[in-house]
Design a protein around this ligand. Structure first.
Ligand code: ADP
Ligand code: ASP
Ligand code: MG
Length: 406
């Protein structure tokens, strides 16, 4: 069987007219003799609305019930797609996570797919049906509904491609592919024809919303090539593939940024062995992810200032944990919510000297202050004032010649 997985994101199924368009795309693959597995997100905005309801009704809405509610958005879009395909004369039905089942492990709201049972769907495909699988959801060993991380329909699609041994996985979205940076912020952003799993994973983890990071990890692990393209354009998109298939002159391939970081500084912390561990332990125990860290040691006073970033959504909890932490002493806690992280990404960085210098010089020339820095082999991130975000991305886009791609 020649199987293809097609995933449609929230904007692609954002209204009934768009769903009719999606149905047309699906049937075009049926006409090319593919067996099509469709994975759909919820209509755009729906998951956020549902989340808001849980927050409005209770300050500590149970995690299990949150997943039950959040997963309903996909139920609607899948049924609408199946309904439209039926109207066009095709056999189609929706499949929810528990119906296949899509088996998951881990915490509610961030579960991982461990297995997708194949037989029901294979039989359905053999009978000429077009299954519309609900993305973002599964069922755990307690037979309760779970959801993946936000944006997780991408992961559902990649894992369908894995378990059903699909020839191809195409992610249909609202932009024409992966760009050098978010095309909705920077108009001169250029579409990238091919990008490596490694670069895409960094870009996604550092804020490029277009693909969910876990989905790229899974694709890389299972060597699944992904095409990303637009539901609303016939133009060829971007292929996410292995490094060895890529020939690019550019050292830096993309720039990502965040708008949901916050910076905390503990001033006057007693500087003794184990103090950083005492600060971060309760954060770890509460599943708070600490990202960038910087420590300034003062030579005379045996005191240190410790700065780090967490996601804005974790800020209140982090603050409370620090203030209630009896095992540390500090003079003051300063919080800054007006920060953004800007990152340049490229595997070529490993072998090219001077990238850090060029990045810092370009920002300095525009008097943009760097507050925190973090690096890995294939990325450099800087924390800056949020008001300089667009300007910084523009400057770096120019400095690394991303306008003349690729
Ligand atoms: P979907 O609903 O299809 O899953 P998302 O909203 O999750 O789509 O992701 C698509 C959005 O990702 C685009 O509209 C764009 O604003 C954003 N984006 C951020 N960085 C990039 C990038 N480097 N290339 C393309 N899109 C990007
Ligand atoms: N509907 C889910 C979300 O908004 C999953 C997705 O869109 O991929 O996060
Ligand atoms: Mg998405």
């Amino acid at each position: 069987m020649k199987i293809i997985v097609l995933k449609f994101g929230g904007t692609s199924v954002g209204n009934l007219k768009k769903i009719a368009k999606v149905a047309k795309i699906i049937t075009s693959y049926i006409n090319k003799k593919y067996k099509v597995i469709v994975v759909s997100s919820a209509m755009s905005g729906v998951t956020n609305e549902l989340l808001l309801k849980t927050k409005k009704i209770s300050k500590n809405f149970p995690d299990e019930e949150k997943d039950v509610i959040l997963s309903t958005g996909e139920q609607i879009s899948c049924a609408l797609i199946a309904g439209k395909l039926n109207e066009l004369g095709f056999k189609s039905r929706s499949w929810l996570g528990w119906q296949l089942p899509i088996l998951t492990k881990g915490n509610y709201s961030s579960s991982r797919i461990v297995k997708i049972k194949k037989n029901k769907l294979i039989n359905y495909l053999k009978s000429g049906g077009i299954p519309i699988v609900a993305g973002f959801q599964g069922v755990n060993s307690d037979f309760r509904i779970t959801t993946l991380e936000r944006g997780g329909s991408d992961t559902s699609a990649i894992l369908c491609a894995k378990f059903f041994n699909a020839e191809k996985c195409i992610i249909y979205t609202d932009v024409k592919g992966i760009y050098t940076t978010d095309p909705n912020l920077i108009k001169s952003a250029k579409k990238i024809n091919k990008i490596s799993y490694e670069e895409m994973l960094e870009m996604a983890s550092l804020g490029a919303k277009v693909m969910q990071p876990v989905s790229i990890q899974e694709a890389r692990l299972n060597r699944i090539e992904i095409d990303v393209r637009s539901t609303f354009s016939k133009k060829i998109g971007t292929t996410i593939t292995r490094k060895k298939n890529i020939f690019s002159k550019n050292t830096i391939r993309g720039i990502s940024f965040t708008k949901n970081d916050s910076k905390l500084t503990l001033i006057g912390v007693k500087d003794k062995p184990g103090v950083a561990a005492s600060i971060f332990k309760p954060l770890y125990e509460n599943s708070i992810n600490v990202d960038m860290v910087i420590q300034n040691i003062s030579a005379e006073s045996r005191e240190t200032d410790l700065t780090f970033t967490v996601k804005l959504e974790d800020l209140i909890k982090t603050r409370r944990l620090l203030e209630n932490n009896k095992s540390i002493k500090f003079k003051k806690l300063v919080v800054n919510e007006n920060v953004s992280k800007v990152s340049i990404v490229g595997v070529g960085m490993i072998t090219t000297p001077g990238i850090t210098y060029r990045m810092f010089k370009a920002l300095a020339k525009e008097k943009i202050n760097i507050e925190v820095i973090s690096t890995s082999e294939i990325k450099i991130s800087v924390l800056i004032n949020k008001k300089n975000l667009k300007k910084s991305v523009e400057i770096l886009h120019q400095e690394f010649k991303l306008n003349n791609n690729l």
